[in-house]
Design a protein around this ligand. Structure first.
Ligand code: ZN
Length: 496
């Protein structure tokens, strides 16, 4: 009888097999229980989070738990300064020591972990390998922590009809401006207050954690062509309303009052500020299977965080590991804290000099090194397929994307792409390739800019997202796991 094949096979087994199987299942069950409990503790999963109910949902919940840390990071990092601070905090908790670049580096030993910041908005972490930089080079992941937004101008308050106060702003980077309309926004950045002397002011970070302002559309009744496409003026259309003045004391002081209340300081100590608008709605997952991420600043905080997770997760290896989080990519990187700055190159040279006593060690190390420049790529948009290259259009959930450009706007070439694709293969992660539609100009990123001051072999890659530079971009949950796994393998594999 056909249906008995399986049963016949089982009944031929020795009874001891079933006893051992019971032990096996008991051990497996206890281990699973222990693993899930420790996982929940480590990642602060509360009882209100999703439950483990079946095998497919274990995988789904595992992905969501890994992504949960990313969502928390995105919400806690409304602008570059906060991203740099949060990355620094994670590094400190993992045993990285903050060093002051004004001080001598001192002795640098295998296994040493330290980081340095520039302008409070870029972070460079180093995990020293067992072999000197001259012999093993370094492995670097770089990303950027700034995103398109609106910067609040000095003397920003503009009093309007009915006591309404709007803020004068200017555009930072290249946002899709229409996506900033009619959504609750907040203010974040840094406030500079009086210090002990004029050359040493103090910096306080500000993040107002509630909806505070909004940029409002004009009603369709005043603009019947609004759905046909409207040219927006950065100066006229994009100014947010902050509140209504209720007393003479508030006139001209509405913004300052918020800053003073949030920071617990008086107005007379405030010297200046770098404050920006940010989406006030928390990041979230969406989709039938929670396969998508919706958040502001996925470009490029998602890659910053994937690099950070890998940096925190790896032991000391032969090769020195470097995580470089730059600022100002969205405005061309031409600042002391941007990718075209010599600051990172100087730090690496200092490390090589301390290790080996000669500049030659640094130059030898550069030739043995590899860089992953991680910046998000464009995912194939189901409504605009004609905008993409006919044969190279990455999709959400398809794994990390290697970016190519014949005009060399990306650092990738056949050799570096092959290296990265092999790392993906070894990590069990799919990988995709992106090339612009030949009639579309496309953008640039960190890799080629960095290469002009630090001539590393490297690849430009990134996870695919939709609506790049929208106030809220869309990414993929599984792509985040893929990126962390690839970066972790890149950092942890030994030099042969
Ligand atoms: Zn970017």
């Amino acid at each position: 009888m056909d249906g008995h094949y399986g049963c016949d096979f089982i009944f031929r087994l020795h009874p001891a097999f079933f006893i051992w199987m019971n032990y096996f299942f008991l051990i497996f069950y206890l281990y699973s229980f222990y693993y899930l409990k420790s996982f929940k503790t480590k990642h602060k999963i509360s009882k209100n989070d999703r439950k483990f109910v079946s095998l497919p949902s274990i995988l789904r919940n595992y992905i969501i738990m890994r992504v949960k840390r990313l969502l928390e990071f995105l919400d806690a990092s409304p602008v570059n300064f906060w991203a740099a601070k949060n990355i620094s905090c994670e590094l400190e908790q993992a045993g990285y020591r903050h060093i002051d670049p004004r001080e001598a580096l001192g002795e640098v030993k295998a296994g040493d972990k330290f980081y340095v910041t520039k302008n409070d908005s870029s972070v460079y972490a180093f995990h020293i390998g067992r072999m000197p930089m001259a012999d093993a080079g370094f492995r670097m992941i770089c990303a950027h922590c700034d995103s398109p937004t609106f910067r609040i101008k000095p003397n920003a308050e503009m009093l309007c009809e009915g006591g309404i106060v709007k803020l004068n702003t200017e555009v930072y980077g290249g946002p899709i401006m229409s996506t900033w309309f009619d959504r609750p926004l907040t203010i974040a950045g840094r406030v500079i207050v009086r210090g002990e002397d004029a050359l040493n002011p103090k910096t306080l970070l500000l993040h107002v954690k509630r909806p505070l302002l909004q940029i409002n559309n004009l009603a369709i009744h005043f603009n019947r062509q609004v759905n046909d496409g409207v040219k927006l003026s950065k100066q006229k259309d994009m100014l947010p309303i902050l509140g209504i003045v209720t007393s003479e004391l508030e006139r001209g002081n509405l913004l300052m009052n918020v800053i003073c209340t949030e920071l617990g300081i008086s107005q007379d100590v405030i010297l200046d500020f770098d404050l920006y608008l940010a989406d006030a709605t928390p990041a979230c997952t969406f989709g039938v299977h929670d396969e998508f991420i919706s958040s502001g600043r996925l470009d490029d905080l998602s890659m910053c965080f994937a690099g950070l997770e890998a940096m925190l997760d790896t032991e000391t290896t032969d090769t020195t590991k470097v995580l470089a989080i730059f600022d100002n990519e969205e405005t061309g990187s031409q600042t002391k804290q941007g990718a075209s700055s010599p600051f990172l190159s100087m730090m690496l040279k200092r490390i090589a000099l301390v290790q080996s006593g000669s500049e030659e060690a640094f130059y030898m190390g550069v030739e043995r090194s590899f860089m992953i420049s991680a910046d998000n790529a464009h995912a194939w948009h189901p409504n605009y397929g004609e905008k993409y290259d006919p044969t190279n259009h990455p999709v959400l959930g398809g794994g990390p994307v290697i970016k190519f450009n014949a005009a060399q706007k990306y650092a990738s070439d056949a050799v570096s792409a092959a290296v990265f694709a092999e790392i993906c293969r070894e990590a069990g992660v799919p990988c995709q390739r992106f090339v612009n539609h030949s009639d579309v100009a496309g953008g640039s990123t960190l890799g080629n800019i960095l290469a002009s001051s630090l001539p590393l072999q490297g690849v430009d890659m990134g996870n695919a997202i939709l609506a790049m530079h929208s106030c809220r971009e869309t990414g993929s949950t599984i792509d985040h796991i893929y990126a962390v796994n690839v970066f972790t393998l890149f950092f942890s594999s030994q030099t042969k």
